[in-house]
Write a new protein. Sequence first.
Length: 313
Amino acid sequence: MARTHAAVATTAPDRRTTACAVAGVVAGVLLAVVWSARLVDGLGVDTADGLLGRDSLKDDIPGSGAGVVFAFVVGLAGTFTACNVAAFGALAPMAGTGDTGGTLGGRLAAALRPLAWVTAAAVAVAAVYGGICAAIGPDVPQLSTATGGGGIPPRALQALIVFTVIGLAMVWLGFSALGLAPDPLAGRTRNPERLRLLLIGALIGGFVIGRPYPLFRKTFAYAADTHNALYGALLFALIALGNVVVVAVLFLALALTAHGRVPHWLNATPTRATRVTGTALLLFGTFTVVYWGIRLPARYDWWWFPVMPWNGS
């Protein structure tokens, strides 16, 4: 098997690398400006309604078994919402790590390794958070409907802080992949690629912390009412699994179809892998920072942010 190039820049950035960074940041800002939460969230609710065969928002969850199914469906239905779409930023880092084999079995094994690390970290973070919140109960800030300082509810403030931090972490990883910032993982382990995948997975798992998506809040409230930490951990783990299903399927399709030409092309040179990885992380990281850290406060009149005809409140 041929060893791929690690998706981290090893030489001084050139003009093309700098252009990739600028393109990623600009694309992320533009995506945050044109994003329509009403459209995407509505499609997610419609998807959940179709999968469950009932009104996912209005109908009660009939029992613990149904809660398990509901949690996974909520994760899957929320794939393309603003609080999860950044998970697609993991595609390039996964494709730029590991071995590429000539046989179907070799390509499958190579694809499953990075996918497993990202998924495991995402599920672990979500499960821990779900267990803690279920043990605390309904009094957690994420379920609060009160209005806090500056006119922003506590749950919206939590989303602002959490997603801004996650977005900034992704931006830093993007710049470091391009060699435009110090690599925070350099020298930390013998396998920095694996550590990077674990960190990206943990960031994806962190999406559940502060997530305001209506179906998620319903699952959260149901878990909190049980005061059962293990059950809460299970529900949140299933949400995280649902969140990465589409990403996983797309990644496996890219890795296994057309004789693995996509990952082979990506890893043909070190600079190509780093540029694609860095640009993807910058795009989704910038989107997350701008959408949650700048556009969300603008809804509460903290400052001005451009509003499009299709996404105004």
